[in-house]
Design a protein around this ligand. Structure first.
Ligand code: ATP
Ligand code: MG
Length: 434
């Protein structure tokens, strides 16, 4: 029987106490992407299954083992997106975006679904921030998206992160490489796992990405794709390195990186954190020049990355990173009695229209309980409204931090509050300067 009070294994709730952290991180992601000219795109959480089979590749772990696939009531095979690139490419083709001015630069934040074994940094529902750039062939574009990812990571305050890059070439140079790889793995065929034995004839490069300990041990000594690059791919890779050097971005070339999805060509890269254990890749991406045409669109080159938001948060948490404080209630209005409660509603309405977070009693509680609540939520100011205050059309406003009170009239309340808050902010600024 389903447990209705427990979330599905591998899924997380984001609770209100943490939402300001996620809002900060996701806000910075979109803000920094916009500095590079990337605009937000939103695509559906599910697509026709073929969208992922055709793009991610049907010999990959993601497609073979990890997808949430089901038939809908119309008998169509539907899959919850395991990543966003495929859906974005489908959308870009469908809406003819790549027929206009190039490059087209898009970014997104959204949920992804993979049936994986849940553990630290590996969830069944997780979220990715990502960017995709269409129609840019120059190595400058590769360096640009890498630089964007790095700026995001640095801005949210991550430390101990390293960039690893590699080139996995184009279909042309991969022909020779695949032949060499097949020969190598054929000599180990008896020890490979069952899935990899099947991959040997269909797509031997995928064996390099197998998570089974035996396969990854064999893969360590396999021929390296970087030794098989054609002149054009070599030149491109040298160009990427030159642009990264120019941007002052440090990297290491790691010939082992091939990425888990089939669509990559030429540049691939990962940002790896030293603080989150085995699932250490916070961001992975690269170029996928053949994907748009393979999906039925024009022959435009493309590149991008996906950054795992939960893994990033885990790294920040493990590093005790500081986040901007959660927004506090500006003012709590505590009414005593029904008439005062009506007045409190009037004042709160005006305050909120002016952009203040204002709260008043909505539980019919007594004064003591109300003040306890105001304290608990960290209200910056409070006022008590009783019969006397209503009769005199004024009340005392209390600065909850300093304990100081001052008189405030009930008419034009919001304007006066604005002035009080500003004056207090100025004098506490003076205090810190002195
Ligand atoms: P891994 O090697 O960890 O399985 P991957 O190669 O499958 O990663 P990508 O498909 O490139 O990952 O996804 C990009 C990023 O999304 C990863 O670097 C990671 O930060 C995050 N990610 C991928 N799968 C998960 C997951 N199951 N749970 C949480 N984050 C994930
Ligand atoms: Mg994976």
């Amino acid at each position: 029987m389903a447990e209705i009070n427990r979330a599905i294994k591998g899924t997380n709730d984001m609770l209100p106490a943490d939402s300001h952290k996620f809002q900060f991180v996701e806000g910075k992601m979109l803000e920094i992407a916009s500095l590079y000219g990337f605009r937000e795109i939103r695509v559906p959480v599910f697509e026709h299954t073929e969208v992922f089979q055709r793009s991610v590749g049907d010999t990959t772990d993601v497609v073979q083992k990890e997808m949430y696939t089901f038939d809908d009531k119309g008998g169509r095979s539907i899959t919850l997106r395991p990543e966003l690139t495929a859906g974005v490419v489908r959308s870009v083709i469908e809406h003819g975006l790549v027929n206009g001015a190039l490059p087209v630069k898009v970014c997104y934040v959204g949920g992804c679904y993979r049936y994986e074994k849940p553990q630290a940094g590996r969830l069944r529902e997780f979220h990715q921030f990502g960017v995709e750039c269409f129609g840019a062939t120059s190595p400058a574009a590769d360096a640009e998206v890498i630089s964007l990812a790095l700026q995001v990571l640095q801005t949210v305050g991550i430390k101990n992160i390293s960039l690893e890059i590699n080139s996995i070439g184009c279909p042309e140079c991969r022909k020779n490489y695949t032949a060499a790889l097949s020969e190598y793995f054929a000599s180990h065929v008896d020890t490979l796992c069952e899935t990899c034995r099947d991959r040997l004839s269909r797509n031997p490069m995928r064996i390099l990405d197998c998570k089974s300990p035996i396969c990854s041990k064999i893969a360590k000594n396999a021929p390296k794709v970087i030794d098989f690059l054609c002149d054009e791919c070599q030149e491109h890779f040298d160009g990427v390195k030159a642009h990264l050097d120019a941007a002052g971005i440090k990297y290491t070339v790691n010939p082992q990186i091939v990425r888990g999805l089939d669509y990559y060509t030429k540049t691939v890269f990962e940002f790896v954190s030293g603080d989150i254990g085995a699932q250490s890749t916070v961001c992975g991406g690269g170029r996928y020049d053949g994907l748009v045409s393979q999906m039925g669109g024009a022959a435009v080159s493309a590149l991008g990355f996906g950054m795992g938001i939960e893994r990033l948060m885990l790294a920040l948490e493990n590093q005790n990173a500081e986040f901007p404080e959660a927004k506090k209630c500006d003012i709590y209005i505590a009414p005593m009695g029904e008439t005062a409660a009506i007045k409190a509603t009037e004042l709160c309405t005006a305050l909120r229209r002016d952009g203040f977070e204002a709260q008043c009693d909505v539980c019919g509680r007594g004064l003591k309980a109300q003040m306890k609540y105001a304290d608990k939520i960290g209200a910056l100011y409070s006022v008590v409204l009783g019969d006397n205050e209503l009769a005199e059309n004024k009340c005392n406003i209390k600065n909850m931090k300093t304990g100081e009170t001052q008189e405030i009239r009930l008419d034009n309340f919001s304007e006066q509050f604005m002035k009080i808050k500003l004056d207090d902010a100025l004098s506490s600024l003076e205090d810190t300067i002195i």
